[in-house]
Every structure is written in C-alpha cells, then in structure tokens.
Design a protein around this ligand. Structure first.
Ligand SMILES: Cc1cc2nc3c(=O)[nH]c(=O)nc-3n(C[C@H](O)[C@H](O)[C@H](O)COP(=O)(O)OP(=O)(O)OC[C@H]3O[C@@H](n4cnc5c(N)ncnc54)[C@H](O)[C@@H]3O)c2cc1C
Length: 250
C-alpha cells in the first residue's frame, strides 16, 4: 500500500517483537493462529495441518519472499478481496479475536469483512488471533484459482470444504469465492444445493453456476466481469470435484 502510494500515515506501530502474537495452537476443535504468525510458518506447521484449507492456501500467496514476511493476521486485516486467507477464513467460519485496552471480542468472518481493504476492526483495536474451526470426519478441501502469472493476485478463485455423512451424502459444504466482489463471498445457494446429494450424483456444474450467479465481479485491466464469472464457475466446479473426491477417499 505504501509502495503504491495508496496510503500514508504519521505513526507506525511495529508488532514484530510482540512474540505472544505468533503462536499456533490447538484449542480442542479450534486452531488458534496468532495474528503475527508468518505465512511461511503455517505451511508445514504440524499443528496447522488440522486445517488443510489453510495450509494449502499458503503456497498460492505471492512469492516465498512475501510469505516469509507476510503474516496471517496482516493478510486478514488487510482484507484484499482477492487474498487467499480472507477467503479461507470466510469459508471455514473462522472467528477473529480482536483486542483493545477495553477487553477482547470475537467477530465471525461473515461480519468481519466490510469492503475492499476494510474490516470491522476499530482504530483502537488489534487483531490478536484467528480461530479456525477444525473439521473432522469424512472431509475434503480444495483451493483453486486463476492468476495471470504464478504468484500474482488471483483474477478469480475459490476455497471450499465438504463433509460427508455415514451414508456418503454431503452433510456440509462451504464455498468462498475470491476476486469476485468487494470482499470474499460465501456461495450460500451453491452450498445448499450440494447438501444431501452424493459425490457421484451431485451436479457440480449447476452448483458452480449457482455460486457465480448474480455476482458483480470487478472489471480491471486484467479481466472483464464476464471473464471472471465464466472462469470462476469452472474453477468452482474443479475445486468441488477435487474436494468431494478427497472426502470419498478419506
Ligand atoms: C508483491 C506482493 C504480492 C502479494 N501477493 C499476494 C497474493 O497473491 N495473495 C495474497 O493473499 N496476498 C498477497 N500479498 C499480501 C501479503 O501476503 C500480505 O498479506 C500483505 O503484504 C500484508 O503484510 P503484513 O502481514 O506484513 O501486514 P502489514 O503490511 O503490516 O499490515 C497490513 C494491513 O493490516 C493492518 N494490520 C496488520 N496486522 C494487524 C493486526 N494484528 N491488527 C490490526 N490490523 C493489522 C495494518 O495496519 C495494515 O493496514 C502480496 C503482497 C505483496 C507486497
């Protein structure tokens, strides 16, 4: 933001030496990632493997130099609508732990992303941790995207998770789109269409169309809205197929 002269400020608060913000811990059914945990530290972190969508999203973020310095909390607080981690947080119904001198509060991802580069963190507050629910049972996950070059921000993309019940039907589906609007977006209608179907019977093409229906994707020098919608649907279909395949085998 600074390099592009998109922002300027008078004071900088450096969190680099606040070591308690970098922990990665399991709290029963939740993975608690400190806001200052480096993106690179998550990818192969043993505890973080409990949330496969998170660890699989990391290699898609920029280049390794970016991931070496970039933090999980910085990415989520920055709230780029094409960012991988905001989309993953939304797909998994993560909770943001936010602190101020007045105490702490938790905000669900659905209520956290307010617009492009905008969140509901108040000026006197700090994001201290992101709480990712750990899915158990027969689950599958996938993150997929299309970018002009490896490491570029995605033009369109999706993170998704599915869980099958004992009979092999979809019990739960979570789909979050990136690069398709001012914030990451949940595809509620597509999720609802998948619940109750089986991986074999599910009409993934129809679910993907539902996911991108009625969206108003951004238009820029890289892609038109129509391109993002068309390619976005294919990416959703591909990711759902991969997640369902994993759930069937796992
Ligand atoms: C060349 C380049 C390529 C990139 N490519 C991608 C990509 O492909 N995908 C992707 O998702 N991201 C990408 N990024 C973004 C990158 O991954 C980081 O998320 C981003 O640069 C933020 O870095 P940071 O963690 O150091 O946070 P900072 O730059 O320190 O902070 C970012 C913003 O969040 C606020 N903030 C940071 N931490 C907190 C906190 N704990 N509480 C409250 N507010 C906070 C800051 O005030 C600032 O507004 C790219 C960045 C660069 C420079």
């Amino acid at each position: 933001m600074l390099a592009l002269r998109l922002t300027r400020f008078e004071h900088l608060v450096d969190l680099n030496h606040v070591s308690e913000l970098s922990s990665v811990e399991r709290d029963n059914g939740t993975l608690v990632v400190g806001a200052m945990a480096r993106q690179c530290s998550i990818e192969r972190n043993e505890v973080a493997q409990a949330v496969p969508l998170l660890t699989r999203a990391i290699p898609l973020i920029g280049h390794f130099q970016i991931r070496n310095r970039g933090t999980v909390g910085g990415s989520i607080a920055h709230a780029d609508p094409a960012g991988e981690l905001p989309a993953i947080a939304l797909a998994l119904d993560a909770e943001m732990e936010i602190a101020s001198s007045g105490g702490t509060r938790r905000v669900e991802a659905r209520d956290f992303f307010a617009g492009t580069w905008t969140t509901t963190i108040e000026p006197d507050e700090l994001l201290v941790a992101i709480r990712f629910p750990v899915w158990s049972g027969r689950c599958g996950f996938a993150i997929d995207e299309v970018a002009r070059r490896m490491g570029d921000f995605a033009l369109t993309g999706v993170g998704c998770g599915v869980e099958l019940d004992d009979a092999g039907a979809v019990r739960r589906a979570a789909i979050s789109l990136l690069g398709m609007g001012p914030t990451p977006l949940r595809a509620d209608a597509a999720e609802a269409a998948l619940v109750g179907t089986t991986p074999v019977a599910a009409d993934l093409s129809a679910a993907a169309e539902l996911a991108v229906r009625d969206l108003d994707p951004p238009v820029d020098v890289h892609a038109s809205a129509a391109y993002r919608t068309s390619v976005g649907a294919h990416v959703v279909e591909r990711a759902l197929s991969s997640a369902l395949e994993e759930a069937r085998g796992g």
